[in-house]
Design a protein around this ligand. Structure first.
Ligand code: UDP
Ligand code: MG
Length: 337
């Protein structure tokens, strides 16, 4: 069985060498043939040079480098597309995903599981974040069409057929957590102790997390649109009842002073609801807009990839690609001069 490790990297120069040593040790210990695909997601800190150094010294390393930062989802997609292994392991470069778990994953995969998922505990995470996460997952699991589990991220082993399934989902807005759940197959989840990031800092800001959360809510269902319909129906019913009551009062007791406050409250309240609903509709339209453009998920600047599944851990890859890579590097040197 061949194993492919897919590693998205964005500004990870500080840990990359250590990461590579650690995972190589683990992979060699399993005595399965393997390859490691490093996907440089447009790093600006010399990550690519570090990868080039690693690739020159280790034939099991393949890499590709994006023309700019396209995001982790795109980086994972690129890695999966080029993975030649019978089992593919997705792993972060920042050593937050313990390399020791690789053998455990392979063991579980050998027992027939198509997705082996490492679930981190929330140890060491501030209480506020923990509560926010729990609320979010409670909410999303009531809404979304797929089930998402708290603490389950992208650290997982995926079998060949599950990878092929994932690659059939070609949507532009990729929400991996949902996609993994959508494809199904036999899955098993095991827990590991959460590891704090050693160097650098997480790319997640509060805003990004919030937007990611919205993505999750919107990517896998159209229930927010339903909510608009329910709201509309409810309000219409209330308005009809209110009108009947007003007419009834006017007929029996004559017209009284109009309620100014009620009027303003109704206008502002309804205006707010309409804005929110328009926003929800706009979100979906925005998604449709991006999907219809059919843009690629990423552009590759350079790589040493052969067609997937050709050489694994073998001799150096085809030379024309190496040449174009060197040319690329020369160009870059020219520009900095
Ligand atoms: N990453 C990436 N592109 C990005 C942001 C992150 O490829 O635009 C990679 C990053 O190098 C790391 C992994 O995705 O290997 C997880 O990123 P990070 O540690 O920032 O996220 P967290 O662990 O906090 O969820
Ligand atoms: Mg991390």
């Amino acid at each position: 069985m061949r194993v492919t490790l897919v590693v998205p990297c964005f500004n990870e120069v500080e840990v990359l060498a250590r990461f590579h040593d650690a995972v190589s040790r683990e992979l060699k210990a399993t005595s399965e043939p393997y390859e490691i695909i490093y996907v440089d997601d447009g790093s600006r800190d010399g990550t690519l040079d570090a990868i080039l150094g690693i690739a020159a010294a280790d034939h099991a390393v393949r890499y590709l480098s994006f023309s700019r930062n396209f995001g982790k989802e795109s980086a994972m997609l690129a890695g999966l597309r080029h993975a030649g292994g019978d089992a593919v392991i997705l792993m972060d470069a920042d050593l937050q995903h313990p390399p020791e778990l690789i053998s455990r994953m392979l063991e579980l995969h050998a027992r027939g599981f198509d997705q082996v998922v490492a679930k981190r505990t929330r140890a060491g995470v501030p209480a506020g974040q923990r509560i926010a996460a729990r609320t979010y997952y409670w909410l999303i699991n009531r809404w979304a069409d797929v089930e998402l589990v708290d603490g389950v991220g992208d650290f997982r082993l995926i079998s060949r057929r599950a990878v092929d399934g994932l690659l059939k989902l070609e949507e532009y807005n990729r929400f991996s957590k949902g996609l993994f759940a959508w494809i199904g197959f036999e899955s098993v989840v095991f827990e590991y102790e959460n590891v704090q990031r050693e160097t650098g800092k997480s790319r997640w800001t509060f805003r990004k997390l919030f937007e990611y959360g919205l993505d999750g809510l919107l990517s896998f269902n159209n229930k927010p649109l339903r909510v608009a319909i329910y709201f509309g129906l409810g309000l219409t019913a209330i308005a009809v009842l209110y009108a009947i009551w007003v007419v009834g009062v006017a007929a029996t007791q004559g017209v009284k002073m109009p309620g100014y406050v009620t009027l303003i409250a109704a206008i502002v309240g309804l205006g707010g609801i309409q804005m929110v609903m328009l926003g929800v509709i706009g979100e979906y339209i925005g998604r449709i807009y991006y999907e219809t453009k059919h843009r690629p998920h990423y552009l590759i600047k350079e790589s040493n990839l052969t067609p997937p599944g050709v050489v694994i851990g073998g001799a150096a890859t085809s030379t024309y690609k190496l040449e174009s890579r060197d040319q690329n590097r020369l160009d870059r040197l020219d520009r900095t001069d």
